[in-house]
Design a protein around this ligand. Structure first.
Ligand SMILES: Cc1ncc(COP(=O)(O)O)c(C=O)c1O
Length: 405
């Protein structure tokens, strides 16, 4: 967070896939802000739903037997599209809340079911799971976890793309020690890394064999970004827990949550055990109203199918950028997600290159940002058209052409 070279970029308004600065200059938002604005800017139906809810009751808590109707409708809606039928939904204020909730839920689940020694989490290099205490401990990029002293213990980090590495940790630690694997189906902030073929099903199986929990962090990939409600559905992963945020409201209000498969929820529900965990805004009434209106847009406009179609269009449109002298690789091909990898040698020679590149692309009319390992993020709103994809790639090309190295 902060300024770049003392410069502040003040975003003033948004419309469709574009945002405008205070001088009225228009930019194509190639990142959908921070991966979240799936339905685009200026959606009056979401604004109207939020205003109507605020006028009636802006918020009431959901502790004890209290609840509000938008919250019950939203949790039912999310459960109806969850990767595992019969799942339960726990709402939070965002992605980091959801990760910490899922981690506590996993450990508590094993404590309740007579396996208290299962506390170890496996996390992946390049992984990003937010910035609360568990999320920081699970981070796969050292700068995100260094400098805080002791973090949450019992976390082992493995290479991001190796099933064998996960199997080895399970074997060495003993399966009876493993609580779960935290897995972004496509690594986002760590560089938009699409897993090798067979990776997701391979690690899912290894975790199942160990009797541990597969925890899909779908904060980025959930609610349409990979052409399905969840990547876990698309790859048939049957996750024990799913974390979500961002696309559930497209950012119209902050909201996140955890989806628990029925077998994980059961000991808490059937056993009558109160899980002493919950946030003031777990189930924020107007946040839930915004989410419901947003999910209605996703369905009405067929954005899951559109995203699936965009997947190959995006990959094809980006491919020529791979031949740019400053670029060594284009990562794309799964969902409306991509990264333009800047040449690591050029970055070593000039560590300021990623910032220079994103500012040059901004000058050329598109907003991107550097992600882990020197890639430039591509995750536009899901409503982007094939013509606008070309416009986006043109801005990247013009911008990169003007970068002086
Ligand atoms: C995969 C993943 N998990 C968790 C988070 C944390 O979400 P939040 O910033 O809403 O706390 C993010 C944020 O980018 C994310 O990408």
């Amino acid at each position: 967070m902060g300024t770049v070279d003392g410069h502040e970029m003040v975003i003033d308004r948004g419309e469709g896939i574009y945002v405008f600065d205070e001088d009225g200059r228009r930019y194509l938002d190639a990142t959908a802000s921070l991966w979240y604005c799936n339905v685009g800017y200026g959606r009056q139906e979401i604004v109207a739903a939020v205003v109507a809810q605020m006028e009636k009751l802006h918020a009431y808590h959901t502790f004890g037997d209290f609840v509000t109707r938008p919250v019950t409708e939203l949790t039912e809606k999310i459960a109806s599209v969850a990767p595992v039928p019969g799942s339960k939904v726990f709402l939070t204020s965002g992605g980091s809340d959801s990760v910490d909730s899922a981690a506590k839920l996993a450990r508590r689940y094993f404590h309740l079911t007579g396996q208290p020694e299962r506390t170890m989490f496996i996390a992946r290099e390049w992984g990003y799971h937010g910035t609360h205490a568990y999320g920081t401990s699970l981070a796969g990029m050292a700068p995100n976890k260094d400098g805080y002293g002791d973090l949450v213990g019992d976390v082992v980090t493995v290479p991001w793309d190796s099933v064998e590495a996960v199997e080895k940790v399970i074997e060495q630690a003993g399966p009876e020690r493993i609580a779960g694997l935290f897995c972004e189906p496509v690594i986002g902030a760590g560089g938009v890394r699409v897993p090798p073929d067979g990776y997701l099903t391979g690690v899912r199986e290894a975790i199942r064999r160990a009797g541990a929990l597969f925890i899909a962090d779908e904060v980025v990939t959930g609610f349409g970004r990979v052409g399905a409600w969840f990547a876990s559905t698309r790859f048939d992963l049957e996750p024990d827990l799913v974390t979500f945020a961002k696309g559930v409201t497209s950012g119209y209000l902050p909201l996140g949550g955890v989806i628990a498969a029925p077998w994980i929820a059961e000991p808490f529900w059937e056993g009558g055990v109160m899980w002493r965990h919950g946030y003031t805004y777990s189930g924020h009434t107007t946040g839930a109203a915004a989410a419901l209106a947003n999910l209605e847009v996703v369905e009405r406009e067929g954005l899951l199918a559109h995203a699936l179609q965009l997947e190959s269009e995006l990959a094809n449109a980006l491919a020529p950028l791979g031949r740019h002298p400053l670029v060594t690789e284009i990562r794309s091909g799964l969902g409306v997600l991509g990264a333009v990898q800047l040449d690591p040698d050029a970055i070593e020679a000039d560590p300021g290159l990623p910032v220079k590149a994103f500012r040059a692309i901004r000058e050329a009319g598109a907003l991107t940002r550097p992600v882990g390992g020197g890639g430039l993020q591509i995750s536009p709103p899901l409503i982007i058209t094939p013509e606008q994809v070309k416009e986006m790639v043109a801005a990247f090309t013009v911008g990169l052409d003007t970068v002086e190295v």
